[in-house]
Write a protein that binds this ligand. Structure first.
Ligand SMILES: Cc1cc2nc3c(=O)[nH]c(=O)nc-3n(C[C@H](O)[C@H](O)[C@H](O)COP(=O)(O)OP(=O)(O)OC[C@H]3O[C@@H](n4cnc5c(N)ncnc54)[C@H](O)[C@@H]3O)c2cc1C
Length: 410
């Protein structure tokens, strides 16, 4: 859409004239000049991913959503742009900043949450544990191929009876000679059936450990979850293990306990905090365009106060969420981000993106429920994003504990 420029008020034209000339004009799509806070490199990453999403994703994503298929044809291009494990250093990874990674997530999710989920799982849930907790041999063997998109990874933490409480997992890794027998199953694994490598969490004799399970390992299979009404352009699978023996050398040696998976979740939740803003941007822009063009009672519906109130709330929440994500990214780049802050941003930004999607859907009236516009697709996707990587409730309790010093979990 064409971005309209906000005219300066009389007051700002007479005051601080020098600064006003240097500052870019706020626009309907960037009311707080957040663009101005980004470095040249950050803008370049954002704009590269933005162009890719506009040119390659938007024309096909509706069809994939309707068919319930993931656009695998885009994997090579995504890898070529350096988006897989882009925030990791070495081993063929791009080694870009947390803010660059966040901006890429934002732009990908402007396209579809399924696409951002693919990149999040590959980079933050499959590559990150190998990078952070793996042996040198494991890193050398897997990370360069994963950065190239030649090996797709998935993450198996959730079980049918243990979702919000992964520490209670039932999956035991039982040592038998030089291997471990892992029974599973693991549920809701994004990328599961297209993955050549699964990072699976299981309880060993010395605590929760991560295991690298290669596709083709006897006894290991993945089957897809069908009939999803959300994240339809994403593969979601159940991982089955039947007398499956995993070589002891495939255990990630450098972490033990629930802090291992929680460290991965923090990485992925960080990307979601940015990604949700992309979905919100797509819904807000679509509603704004529509409100300016759709005429009822003799004038564009954007001219009615009720519609303007909806758009004003969407724009305000978007600005707040973007500033929150950017500040979190800056903290992360300085090594100062805390997981409570990640929880706050994931919870707020997904919640507000979902509110924006619902409000924007209403602005489009009947047209809002079709795939011709992106809003309903985003709204349905965001229901998954609201739930995975810690539900909204779980992040509320994490914040509650941080604020009061009292745990509501036990
Ligand atoms: C599309 C999709 C993709 C996913 N991808 C992955 C993946 O790649 N890897 C992976 O391991 N997992 C994945 N998940 C799993 C996801 O992380 C879990 O669904 C999530 O953690 C919630 O677990 P659950 O579904 O078992 O719900 P439950 O934990 O059973 O929660 C049900 C409800 O109870 C609430 N609740 C739970 N405990 C409390 C409490 N203490 N106080 C108040 N309310 C509470 C929850 O907030 C929720 O509303 C995915 C899920 C989806 C839907």
């Amino acid at each position: 859409m064409a971005d309209s420029v906000i005219e300066p008020t009389a007051q700002t034209t007479t005051q601080h004239t020098q600064k006003r000339h240097a500052a870019p004009q706020p626009s309907a799509l960037d009311l707080y000049n957040i663009d101005h806070l980004l470095s040249e490199e950050e803008r370049m990453v954002r704009d590269t991913v933005r162009s890719f999403v506009r040119e390659r994703v938007l024309p096909i994503i509706g069809e994939h959503f309707e068919a319930g298929t993931f656009p695998r044809e885009l994997i090579a291009e995504i890898a070529q742009m350096g988006l897989l494990g882009m925030h990791l250093e070495g081993y063929g990874c791009a080694g870009l900043s947390a803010v660059c990674y966040g901006l890429a997530c934002q732009e990908l999710e402007y396209g579809d949450s399924g696409l951002r989920s693919f990149v999040s799982v590959q980079g933050s849930l499959a590559m990150f544990p190998i990078w952070a907790y793996g042996s040198e041999e494991q890193k050398q063997r897997w990370l360069p191929k994963m950065a190239q998109g030649e090996v797709i990874g998935c993450f198996g933490l959730t079980e049918p009876d243990y979702g919000s409480n992964p520490a209670g997992m039932l999956t035991r890794a039982v040592k038998d000679g030089d291997s471990y027998v892992v029974p599973g199953p693991k549920m809701w694994s994004t990328n599961g059936s297209i993955a050549a490598l699964a990072v699976v969490c299981a309880r060993a004799e010395d605590g929760i450990r991560g295991f690298l399970v290669e596709k083709g390992t006897p006894g290991f299979t993945a089957s897809d979850v069908h009939h999803k009404l959300s994240l339809r352009a994403s593969v979601t699978s159940e991982l089955h293990f039947e007398d499956c023996r995993i070589p002891a050398s495939n255990m990630l040696p450098n972490v033990r306990g629930i802090k291992g998976p929680l460290g991965c979740l923090d990485e992925a939740r960080y990307g979601i905090a940015w990604g949700a803003n992309g979905a919100a941007m797509a819904c807000y822009e679509s509603a704004l365009d529509y409100a300016k063009a759709r005429v009822q009672f003799g004038k564009p519906i954007g001219g009615f106060q009720l519609t303007q109130r909806k758009l004003a709330i969407m724009a305000t929440e978007l600005v707040k969420a973007q500033l929150l994500a950017l500040h979190l990214g800056r903290l992360k780049d300085e090594g100062l981000a805390h997981s409570t802050q990640v929880s706050l941003a994931k919870r707020n930004n997904v919640r507000e993106a979902l509110n924006t999607a619902r409000e924007a859907r209403g602005v489009l009236g009947g047209n809002g429920i079709t795939l011709e516009y992106p809003i309903s697709r985003h709204m349905n996707n965001l229901e998954s994003v609201f739930t995975y990587e810690g539900t909204d409730d779980i992040h509320t309790l994490i914040l509650g504990q941080a604020i009061t010093g009292l745990s509501a979990f036990s």
